[in-house]
Design a protein. Structure first.
Length: 168
């Protein structure tokens, strides 16, 4: 069984995924890093090929990872918006929605100009709020477990997810 982490940009999916891998000996993959290693910067993919192309690359990576076992998979913020990705991930995994409030997310992403969906917006807070409102119901619907991350350390969140996964 794979442990799949989903949630908004800035919630800590990569940091927590790495920590879960350290604690459990599982292999960790971040779908955005796999795409970047193969195809270049995500912001460049968005700029030159568009979001639709990027989402197709995500599905390609999901197909590869979902067939493996014992992984920790940190997903890009929009990956679970595509039903095909969720079906693939759920075949051999449990999806954990890592949830954080708006203020926490805003503080984390505001200083990061590498977020293509927030790039050149000049209105990061407004755009983040829109994405949060659109995506939260989807995250909650696809998740097998919801883990609140506000006020918790990476280690605390990782251990909570591991405990839930062991009961699954």
């Amino acid at each position: 069984m794979n442990i799949v982490l989903c949630g908004m940009m800035g919630v800590g999916k990569s940091s927590v995924g790495i920590r879960i891998a350290e604690l459990t000996g599982r292999r960790w993959y971040d779908t955005d890093i796999v795409i970047t290693d193969r195809h270049g910067r995500i912001s460049d993919i968005f700029e030159y090929y568009g979001e639709t192309h990027f989402r197709a690359l995500e599905t390609e990576v999901v197909r590869e990872l979902a067939d493996q076992d014992g992984l920790v998979i940190s997903t890009g913020g929009g990956l679970v918006l595509k039903p095909e990705n969720n079906e693939l991930l759920k075949r051999n995994g449990k999806i954990f929605f890592m949830r954080a409030d708006f203020e926490t997310l805003l503080a984390r992403v505001k200083a990061d100009d590498a977020r293509p969906l927030l790039k050149n917006m000049g209105r990061t807070a407004e755009k983040l709020g829109e994405l949060l409102a659109q995506r939260t119901p989807v995250y909650a619907a696809v998740a097998d477990f919801i883990v609140d991350t506000d006020g918790k350390t990476v280690d605390e969140v990782a251990r909570e997810i591991i405990a839930c996964a062991q009961k699954a």
